[in-house]
Design a protein around this ligand. Structure first.
Ligand code: NAP
Length: 342
């Protein structure tokens, strides 16, 4: 029997690479649809000769999307952005782009459409990212009723943007800050709460959703086994990086100088050099709103248990990749200790 074909939009991204590898390992033919196919070539060894292929497509260009999904049995849309620059707005990517993929998947006769949203997607949210994710879900359901929607909490894994950012802060600065609404010493002063979920668990759920028709039309919330405050998260980073930094709780007011500096730098570089400047150390106002809101499972929707997946704890995985931020001397000491059998 011919192998089934999955088309993965955003397959070269952080979550996408795990999804592509999981699908290929399970025997799917995988077509990776990204704007820059050269940047995605590192995924070629994920499958046998010819099993993983690449197609240039932008979700904002309906013709390229339609060409990318020809012959697909399953379509997975993992395209998302965290900040808006120029024409790359949340509406263009999360709403109109998602609708383009859903309409093309339906038109091509794909059996399954998997759409990646985010925990906290809410049409009434103060964050425009969260509102656009809710509008994207609605647009997807409108074009492909039986779409499977995933709403993950912040995702962790070797290439993540969240834990690695705090690892970089721990490496660079003499203290690690986190934002909190109240006195950091107060019982609830640990900042917003999150339920970080492991990227391998997310990819396993997507693989099962692509392979098993029972998930059609469902919306799943994906979270890890532990609710962590921001203080818990920076404490884990502090331990994993062996930096022993001072942890400081700051009011959200302190985010404003960073937001203003980031906004000015991004617009200046966009207008003058036409380049998109990410600068994770300089968050946008919308990212700070997301940070303030936190995100934990609502308990109203099914999650990883529906796939028989026991969620992986961040403590089990985060130290394995944040060790890149440890002091060099510390790594050497560990290597010597291991050699000496200590
Ligand atoms: N990571 C998290 O913690 C997290 C949490 C909740 C939800 N999510 C959602 O999960 C999805 C994947 O997240 P991620 O962290 O893997 O993101 P990512 O690492 O930024 O990857 C995004 C991917 O989308 C592609 N892309 C961007 N714009 C595109 C466009 N216009 N057309 C086609 N492809 C485009 C990028 O490739 P090119 O730039 O080469 O095109 C890249 O492959 C997103 O929808 C995100 O909102 C992520």
């Amino acid at each position: 029997m011919a192998q089934k074909l999955a088309v993965v939009f955003g397959g070269s991204g952080f979550i996408g690479r795990y999804v592509v590898r999981h699908l290929a390992a399970a025997g799917w033919r995988v077509r990776v649809a990204v704007r820059d196919t050269q940047k995605a070539q590192f995924l070629k060894p994920a499958g046998d000769l010819g099993q993983v292929s690449f197609v240039p497509a932008s979700v904002t260009d309906p013709a390229s999307v339609a060409a990318a999904v020809v012959g697909a049995d399953a379509v997975v849309n993992l395209v998302g952005i965290l900040l808006e620059v120029g024409k790359r707005t949340f509406k263009a990517v999360h709403v109109d782009g998602a609708a383009n993929v859903a309409a093309a998947a339906a038109q091509a006769g794909a059996t399954t459409l998997i759409h990646m949203s985010a925990l906290g997607a809410d049409e009434y949210s103060t964050s425009s990212y969260a509102r656009s994710k809710a509008a994207g879900e609605k647009a997807v359901r409108g074009a492909f009723t039986q779409a499977i929607i995933f709403r993950p909490c912040v995702v962790f894994g070797s290439e993540d943007g969240f834990f690695n950012l705090y690892g970089l802060i721990a490496q660079t600065f003499p203290f690690i800050p986190f934002f909190t609404n109240t006195n950091p010493q107060a019982p609830k002063g640990g900042g917003a709460s999150f339920q970080p979920v492991y990227v391998g668990d997310v990819a396993s759920a997507i693989l099962q959703a692509a392979s098993d028709g029972r998930h059609a039309g469902q919306t799943y919330e994906l979270g890890g086994p532990r609710v962590c405050t921001m203080r818990d998260i920076v404490q884990l980073v502090n331990q994993a990086t062996m930096r022993h930094r001072k942890i400081i709780g700051l009011p959200y007011l302190f985010a404003w100088p960073l937001i203003i500096a980031g906004t000015v730098a991004r617009w200046a570089l966009h207008l003058v050099l036409r380049i998109s400047f990410q600068a994770p150390l300089l968050p946008t106002a919308d990212q700070v709103k997301l940070l303030k809101a936190g995100s934990v499972l609502s308990g109203k929707l099914p999650g990883l248990e529906a796939f028989g997946i026991a969620p992986t704890a961040p403590d089990a995985v985060v130290p394995t990749y944040l060790k890149r931020f440890r002091p060099l001397q510390q790594n050497k000491r560990l290597r010597v200790a291991a050699r000496n059998g200590a």
